[in-house]
Design a protein. Structure first.
Length: 402
């Protein structure tokens, strides 16, 4: 079992119906060997009794900033210093706004402000509140401040709405904590990642492309940086900001992506092809805009280079990982791709009614190698990216220790 033994974890609980999941989270943290100090806001106490959390954590719950008895013992600064990690689950819209504003208006916000420990938030709120630009601004501010967001997931909400805003499950939070506990695992290695779609020009104003948002590839790049790797991200056009601390190589077409990959691939230890590279491009890209005269036109398409296969075919090749988005017989088709392209590992996302990864914050990944198959399940792309990087790191090190 993954271990958090000797980890001091402060679990912040704010007001929201998802607070009922916090009891399960405390129990699992304790099972993983962590020492847990629960800090609650007043609103949280309307949803779950402090006594429940005290019984599960074995420590009195802390809730008051101005508490003379606590200040002589474990006051807010002591809690901030004691913490190795701080997790707020659920994190309400109100709490997120207070944190983004640097407020020290209650014990939990004050501990977050005072601590130098890493902070992760598991937001939980109504989908309309989550989507509001004020909340999204606050989330962007907190991410820029180095705070990790776990979720939220999409689905049925307690209020009857359907959409993003459900708190991630306790198991996903534990996964995040145990995986980040093990980093850095790719220290000293160089990792190249392709991401996003490609644009294949028809004429100066039109392109052939696909629905890839780049979110999965960017999450993998962020997880690889967190794991200690030197990361090069070769990205087709997306609306995303490149993760901090990487070499960023923006490209448009498959040909440009190949050229950027070939430039640095000889010094890479790991290559992860997450990009949804166009398989075909127009045989000609017209120099002037195609006029709408004829009732129909026929486009001739030609194959683009298979970047992943070319990387895998190199004599001195990196540990090579591909992605496969499949609508039918996903596992069998991906296994064939693993074999045909000569990959070390392939991550399969099934595209069907329950999982359409394009543009979504979530995905469902299955990892396949020559010798095993691991279903990582459905999760946020950030958590899946951490799990994928952890798997790659173990396999890369196994390969290089023999
Ligand atoms: O063969 P298929 O396109 O399904 O394979 C998907 C995998 O191959 C992905 O990892 C993708 O990044 C990579 N690929 C590539 N160059 C192409 C087509 C796919 O690198 N032209």
């Amino acid at each position: 079992m993954p271990s958090l033994s000797d980890q001091h974890i402060v679990l912040g609980i704010t007001g929201g119906i998802a607070a009922y999941k916090s009891a399960e989270l405390v129990r699992r943290l304790v099972d993983h060997g962590a020492e847990v100090q629960v800090v609650m806001t007043d609103a949280a106490k309307a949803f779950i009794a402090p006594l429940t959390l005290q019984a599960l954590s074995g420590r009195p719950v802390r809730d008051a900033l101005l508490d003379p008895s606590a200040e002589s013992g474990m006051g807010h600064i002591e809690i901030a210093r004691w913490a190795d990690r701080l997790v707020v689950a659920p994190a309400s819209a109100n709490f997120i706004a207070r944190l983004a504003g640097g407020m020290a208006s209650d014990l939990l916000a004050t501990v977050c402000l005072a601590t130098s420990a890493p902070i992760a938030l598991a937001p939980a709120m109504n989908q309309g509140m989550w989507s509001k630009s004020a909340t999204q601004r606050n989330i962007a501010t907190l991410k820029a401040d180095g705070i990790t967001m776990l979720g939220p997931n999409s689905g049925d909400q307690a209020c009857g709405d359907v959409g993003p805003g459900r708190m991630v499950e306790p198991a996903e939070i534990i996964n995040h904590l145990t995986i980040s506990e093990k980093i850095p695992v790719l220290d000293g290695t160089s990792v190249m990642i392709t991401a996003g779609p490609t644009w294949e020009a028809l004429d100066p104003v039109r392109v052939l492309s696909n629905h890839s948002s780049g979110k999965m590839g960017y999450a993998v790049a962020a997880a690889a940086v967190a794991a200690g790797a030197a990361v090069t991200l070769v990205s087709g056009p997306t609306a995303l900001d490149p993760p901090p601390g990487i070499q960023y190589r923006p490209v448009r077409s498959a040909e440009e992506m190949l050229a950027a990959v070939e430039q640095d691939i000889s010094t890479c230890d790991v290559f992860i092809g997450v990009a949804a590279v166009a398989d075909y491009r127009p045989a000609r890209s017209e120099t002037s805009k195609i006029k709408k005269c004829a009732d129909s036109i026929t486009l001739e398409l030609v194959r683009t280079p298979d970047i992943l296969a070319r990387v895998a075919q190199q004599v001195k090749r990196p540990f090579t990982v591909g992605f496969a988005a499949e609508t039918d017989q996903a596992i069998a088709n991906a296994r064939e791709k693993l074999h045909n392209k000569g990959l070390d590992l392939i991550a399969v996302n099934q595209v069907n009614e329950t999982n359409n990864p394009f543009g979504s914050e979530e995905n469902h990944l299955v990892l396949i190698s020559q010798s095993d198959e691991i279903d990582l399940g459905r999760n946020s792309k950030a958590v899946l990216a951490e799990q994928l990087i952890s798997e790659i790191a173990h396999r890369y090190h196994d390969q290089h220790s023999t």
